[in-house]
Design a protein around this ligand. Structure first.
Ligand code: PEP
Ligand code: MN
Length: 262
């Protein structure tokens, strides 16, 4: 169970040579979508150079419009694996349907996106494999609902769940979503699992990513997941919220300074 009552100590999740949770902090970064070999290799090298520790990149993309870029799918996963070979960074990418599971056999962390947080059959299938799962809070889901989705995975035997707050729907429209920073202390009171913050989807605006990332770090998050693109203006998805490699590098330095001050 995810419940702190049954497991007072923080869970530490192993990802390759890295650990997340229980004082171990990881910075996940990379493009919203894997777009080409050149792009993912370029961003992966930049993420590594800046001090990012895990590479993200969407291959199966849950887009609001069916006419928008849907991702490179299986080929995108192959390109992420190439980027891992080039940099040594473990990879995280989103699964949208159980039928895709076989394609994820060499992915280090499998992401369940906000829109699939309550895809219970998918959660049950991920409960039966031995792999870390990054579970994002749904756009309109409560903490209790997020934790019940976590139970779906854990009940199957897979206890490696990383919880992620990525902003929720509110009446505010200036920002893409509203970052609920209280997710960090609340989820840590209720559960023993690592909690990370996604300031990119939470705000939808690159300018807002650094302050929210720093606030999340100060509030005790176990990590961050940040969108970085070599050419945000021409990104095939989520350009407006993507940091350039140099903005990301500057942010990593500040995150490390905040961590040292804790
Ligand atoms: C993503 O990480 O690219 C993504 C689609 O995130 P979310 O499910 O939080 O919208
Ligand atoms: Mn995105």
């Amino acid at each position: 169970s995810a419940n702190r009552k049954f497991h007072p100590k923080d869970t530490v999740i192993q990802v390759g040579d890295l650990k997340i949770g229980g004082g171990h902090f990881q910075i996940i970064a990379g493009p919203c979508s894997v777009e080409s070999e050149e792009q993912i290799l370029m961003v992966a090298e930049a993420v590594k150079l800046a001090g990012g520790t895990i590479l993200r990149g969407g291959a199966f993309k849950p887009r609001t419009s069916p006419y928008a870029f849907q991702g490179l799918r299986g080929d995108g996963i192959k390109l992420l694996i190439k980027a891992r070979e080039a940099t040594g960074l473990p990879i995280v990418t989103e699964i949208m349907d159980i039928s895709q599971l076989e394609l994820f056999s060499d992915v280090d962390i499998i992401q369940v996106g906000a829109r699939n947080m309550q895809n219970f059959e998918l959660l049950k299938a991920l409960g039966k494999i031995n792999r870390p799962i990054l579970l994002k809070r749904g756009l309109s889901n409560t903490f209790q609902e997020l934790l019940m989705s976590t139970e779906y995975i854990m009940a199957g035997g897979n206890e490696q769940v990383i919880l992620c707050e990525r902003g929720i729907r509110t009446f505010e429209t200036y920002t893409r979503n509203t970052l609920d920073l209280s997710a960090i202390p609340v989820l840590k009171i209720l559960s023993h699992l690592p909690v990370i913050i996604d300031p990119s989807h939470a705000t939808g605006m690159a300018k807002l990513v650094p302050p929210m990332a720093l606030a999340a770090t100060a509030a005790g998050a176990d990590g961050l997941i940040i969108e970085v693109h070599n050419d945000p203006e021409h990104a095939l998805s989520d350009g407006p919220q993507s940091l350039t490699p140099s903005a990301f590098a500057l942010l990593v330095e500040k995150i490390n300074r905040v961590r040292q001050a804790l």
